[in-house]
Design a protein around this ligand. Sequence first.
Ligand code: ATP
Length: 477
Amino acid sequence: MSESGHSQPGMYGQGRRRRRRRDRDVGPPGQNLSGPSRDREYVPRERRDGSEEPPGPLLQKTPIILAKPPGERSKPSQSVPISGGQALEKPIMLIKSREDGGKPGTPPEGGPAPYSTCLPDPKQRHGTVNTICNTCTLLTAVIGQTKLVPPEKMKHSIKLVDDQMNWCDSAMEYLRDQTDMLVVGVIGLQGTGKSTIMSLLSANAPEEDQRVYVFRAQTQEIKERGGNQSTGIDFYITQERVIFLDTQVRLNLSPLLFLNQSLQITAFLFTVCHVVIVIQDWFTDINLYRFLQTAEMLKPSTPSASHDSTGSSGNEEGSEYYPHIVFLQNKSSRDEFCPRNLKKMHMAVDKLMAHSHLKYKGTLSMLDCNIFPGLDRDYLETEVNMFLLPLMENEGEDALTKAGSGSAPLFSLLPGYRGHPTFSSQVSKLRSQILAMSRCQLSHTILTEKNWFHYAARIWDGVKKSSALSEYSRLQA
Ligand code: ATP
C-alpha cells in the first residue's frame, strides 16, 4: 500500500513509516504497543504489511483498511461492477491486483498510474486492473512475434507506380525495418530487355521459361504490334534485400506525354536508387544521352537534413545525391566484344557523359571479371561503367552449327568461336558486380527499407508536382 503513502504524504510520511517499521522489527512485541494513541497510528502500517504476512492478523487489520484515502479510490471502484458496501470491496480489489501483478516496479494498484501506463487513452480502459495487465502483456507478446516474422517472399513484381502514374502502397508489406538494402533501377528504350535482365538479376535463371520471370518480359504479340509490356514502375525485393525497379522509358518517336512521363520516372530513379542500369540493345542513340542529361537537370534536390521538403533548392553542390550509372549493352554481337571496339565504345560514352554528375565510371569493370584475360588493366584508360551481354541464343545448337561449317571433320566436334563468354556466365558476372556496388546513403538520414518507401513516395509526389518538369514540357510543346 505504498501508493497510499504517495497519494497522502501528510498521513503516512515516508520517514515516519520507516521509523515505525524499525520499532516493530527490532523491539519485542510488547514494546510496540506502548500506548493507545500509538496503536491507532500503527494500524495503517499493519494493514499495509498485512498483504505480505500470514492471514492471521488480517482479521484485526481489515477494519483499518477503511481508513485508507477515500477520494483516490472513487474512479476504479466505479468501473468495477460490484454491488454492496464500497468500503469493504475496494480493499479486496486492491489486494488481489497486487498479488497478480506483483512484478517489481509495477505501479501501485488502485491508482490511476497502471491505467495510464498500459493504455494512454482513458476511454480505452478495461473494466478491471487484471484485465488491463493481461491484455497488455498479450499485446506486447503478439507485437514482438509479429516483428520477428520475416516478410513474405515475393513471387512476382508488383506496381510501385501504376499505369496512371499513381503511387501504390502494396510494396510496403514486403519491407523491413533494416538499413542494409540496395536499390537498383533500370531505364532503357522499348524492348531492349529491361524486364528480362531485371528478372535474371533478381530471381530467375536464363534456363527458366520466360513466363515465370518475376518481371514479365515482352510477349511475341506485343513485340509484333510494337507495344510496351512495362508501364509505370514495377517493384520486386529479393530475400537478400535488393530492391529492383523496372520502368519503361520512351524517347523519340513518342508523344510528348510519354517523354514527360519518362523524364519523371528517370528523375525519380536518380533520386531513390543506388544504381541505375541504362540498357541499350545497340550502340548507340545520342538522344539517350540528351535524355539522361535532362533528367539529371530536372532531378529533385536531395532534401537537406534540416528541411524535409523534397523540392527544396539551395543545397550545396557536394551534398547533392547522384546514383551510380551502369551502361548495359544487351544483345551485343561478337564485334562489340572485340577489344578495339570496346575501347571506342568506352571513349564515346565517356565523352558524352563528361559533364554529368552521375557516377558513370569507376564502380564496375568488365576487366575485373576475367572476360578478357589477356587485356591489360590500362587498356581502357577511359573506362566507364559498361557491361556487355551477348544474345541469349540457343547456345548449344548455334555453336555446333558454326563449328560444323569448317572443312576439317575434327573441328566439327568442337564448339564454334563465340568471341565472348556464354550469356548465363555473363549474367552471373554482372549480377555479382551490381550486388557488390556501394550502398551509400540516399538522403542525409540513414533510411530503413520502410523509410525508403516513404521517402520514395514523397519524391514521387514532388516529381509529379515539379514546376521545373512541367515548365520543361511546356517549352517542348
Ligand atoms: P518493354 O519496354 O516492353 O517493357 P523490355 O525492355 O522490358 O520491354 P523485355 O520484355 O525484357 O524488354 O525483352 C524484350 C524481348 O527481348 C523479349 O522477348 C526477350 O526475350 C528478348 N531479349 C531480352 N534480352 C535478350 C538477349 N540478351 N538475347 C536475346 N533476346 C533477348
